[in-house]
Design a protein around this ligand. Sequence first.
Ligand code: ADP
Ligand code: MG
Length: 593
Amino acid sequence: MSEIRLLPDHLIDKIAAGEVVENPASVVKELIENALDAEASHLGLSIENGGTRLISLVDDGQGIPANQVRLAFARHATSKITDENDLANISSYGFRGEALPAIASVSIVEMVTGARGAKQGTRIIIEGGKETLFVDAPPRKGTSIAVRQLFYNTPARRKFLRAESSETRKITAVFSKYAICGHKLNMTLSVDGKEIVNYPADSDLSNRLERIWGDKISAKLIEIDSKPSGVLHIYGYICRPEITRGNRNQIYLMVNGRPINDVSLMHAIKAGYGNTLESGTFPIAAIMIELLPESVDVNVHPAKTEVRFVDERYIYLQIKKLVEAAIQIPVLFTVVPETVTSTQISGFVKTRPLSPSSRPASYLSQHEISIKNHRQGIPSEKAISESAEIDSAEIPNEAALEMKLGGHRFWQLFDTFIMGFRDGKVWMLDQHTAHERILFEAALNNLCERPGTSQRLLFDLTMELEPSDMAIIEKYLDLFRKLGFEIEVFGNRAVIIRGVPAYFQSSSIEQIFHNLLDGFVDSLSTGEDPTMALSASLACHAAVKAGERLSQEQMEGLFNQLFNCEDPYRCPHGRPTVATISRDDLDKLFKRK
Ligand code: ADP
Ligand code: MG
């Protein structure tokens, strides 16, 4: 063995470069991060020959004062942190002070920069870690940096580079990531002299995603937004499971604005999709996680693409739950995988199995989650009011479809399901669960906000009850009245019902009331909140049952009211209320695509 000695600086830089500068895309990443940290509002990236010949980034950020330019290229020199406290509260992309010296040690770097308000700018050239030029330059706003001949002095590294097209692809992937977290910035990308991307400034997140993913995907986006705790905010967009990718590349995860690779959280998203995804496929999603800087450690990886959460498990569960709730409109047909032969297919209609772990949607929507539908999901209330125009304008075939169904807008199948059209898709409702959802929300509304109206019965109804039921009625008399029951306690064994909620249709009031009361008592005994328990029980027992024949008007009423619900996808017990079949589903089913 030879003697132990300290390595010379230029060798240390090259070794460090091995960690930070893996390929042209990692240079692009570092340069973009520096521009973002400098609070630029415009970023112009140009690359040539997959970034091996040139990577140039022009920004209009703060620039570097002349007397600090050399320092910027010194190892462990940074303007972003000063002490250990800062390390625990990092809000900038950079902080390690490694990127510029590392890049400059394996390429020829030219930087022209000017600090705001300074009379002079600076031009510096560093070749393989050695400064070869340092001169004044005209004043300017921001920084322009050109990295040429990457790895010219490290042939081993150069050998590991892939084909130019593949390096270009990695660069555009990095560019897209930062275009998402920097959606408010004007960002341009030129490849081999041709501008291929020009993202406008001030885009909101959904606009930027539309630009990145294109129309076909943006029509399938579902917005998610949840603050499961005061210090955690998760939001973004996920794509319906009909459109997937063969790898994880279109899953964007940002933590406090920093794009990260977190296999576990990517898995959380995938897990939220459950078995709606065919095996080997991955969803399309952009999810932003905002939390206190001290609850995440970004200093675990030199390239800062991995982070460590104080409570990873909690975040995992929140993401999974959000995704699960967002995609819960079942699609009727699951597409038969290529490998299954037609003889193996038994009955072609399969409903998508529901994830057993998902809680009733009512609770999700009431307490934690707001899911807004984007474009063609189930229309929001606002969209409903505009839907007449949208329907006819966007989907000209809908009228034709209805005509073919004998002029009816709705069909009842097996006296149990209702088929109708909206947004160019076929919708199937389960008449009982759909009605349950409608009544449940109406009842909740009556109990919490506006008491319901009642209809007087032709004859007062006197019902004898068990003493235990009497006690419950007396205790919750007020709730029953808010629902629309005109009810009085009569002695200690009976109640008189003079009126019922206006939407009651059945004549067997006595039977319904008994069942409703039983359901309510059962739920109370499991500790459920009385308001929820009573609403759910009323919904369950007053809703139309499977097997009841409905008129066109009744079906239309159910259809429209369901889509006006806050959470139309599940009944209060968690069973699905609707399923869809799109043209796309049918095309796939019959292998037209
Ligand atoms: P870090 O970003 O971790 O601080 P870098 O080596 O990437 O380390 O950059 C060193 C310093 O150079 C930064 O802290 C910053 O002050 C300055 N700098 C680099 N790029 C820019 C830029 N585009 N605009 C303004 N300042 C920059
Ligand atoms: Mg940096």
